[in-house]
Write a protein that binds this ligand. Structure first.
Ligand code: ZN
Ligand code: ZN
Length: 269
């Protein structure tokens, strides 16, 4: 059952995720233990600031504020229950939303004392004063690409936003690991592009390096029918290796059975 040398899954969701399964935290943890993992982090989506998305979409994207404390307290119980078997970190996956830096900082200041680990991710792009999720549906991705002038422009906008995320002042509790840094490729088999903007990608990678941030080496893309690659991949991955960025495996499991998924492939070896 042991899955090679990787001992840590730094990106796991929970039953509190509105777009995930209702699998119990115990099931996630027991899958991790069965695979020989020694450390995991629950990184549920932090509530989004009000006003970014419609309230219906907002409820789909992350924790509702009223549940954050229950989420934290349940992790505390799990730490106690599985003490000596596995290290469990309390975390959040925080969205960087261009134009909502102050609101995000306030939320982080509210929850930050609890956090032991975390991720900063870009799922939402600002285009002409409107906000769009890039990873929810292939049709929406296509429409956004059209709106912005093509798939390559959409990649540009994504990586420009990622750079802003890395540079943003989000306060002392800003997460230090960048979530799935090429998630813009989630539908790449449907919208193929060999993205070659080395200047921009190198700027992003250097910005991560300069701050001593880490990268979430995320295997979820391998489970997506129109992706079939991890994040990062391609040129971004090449540059991450060149600059010796610290990478932490993350399954991005939204179901217990996906904990540690594809870690046995040892893709970073
Ligand atoms: Zn999610
Ligand atoms: Zn994410």
């Amino acid at each position: 059952m042991l899955k090679g040398k990787i001992k840590r899954d730094g990106h796991i969701h929970s039953p509190y995720c509105p777009h995930g399964t209702k699998d119990k935290m115990e099931s996630y943890i027991e899958t991790a233990i069965a695979q020989g993992l020694e450390e995991i982090t629950f990184t549920e989506h932090m509530p989004l600031p009000d006003g970014v998305l419609t309230s219906r979409l907002q409820k789909e994207c992350g924790l509702v504020p009223q549940e954050v404390q229950s989420y934290f307290r349940e992790i505390d119980l799990m730490k106690e229950k599985y003490k000596g078997q596995i290290k469990i970190n309390k975390g959040l996956e925080v969205d960087y939303i261009e134009g909502y830096e102050e609101e995000t900082k306030s939320l982080l200041n509210l929850y930050g004392e609890e956090l032991e680990d975390g991720l900063l991710s870009v799922h939402i792009l600002k285009v002409e004063k409107q906000y769009y999720c890039i990873d929810m549906s292939q049709d929406d991705f296509g429409l956004l690409a059209e709106l912005i002038g093509g798939v390559e422009k959409l990649y540009d906008r994504y990586f420009e936003t990622l750079l802003k995320a890395i540079q943003a002042d989000l306060g002392v509790f800003k997460p230090k690991r960048i979530g799935h840094p090429t998630i813009v490729r989630i539908f790449n088999l449907k919208y193929p592009l060999d993205y070659k903007n080395r200047v921009l990608l190198e700027e992003v990678v250097k910005a991560i390096k300069d701050r001593n941030y880490q990268v979430d080496f995320n295997t979820a893309g391998l489970r997506k029918p129109f992706c079939n690659e991890p994040y990062p991949s391609g040129l971004f991955l090449e540059l991450s290796k060149k600059y010796e960025l610290q990478m932490v495996y993350g399954s991005d499991a939204h179901a217990a059975s996906d904990v540690g998924s594809a870690f046995e492939l040892n893709l970073l070896r």
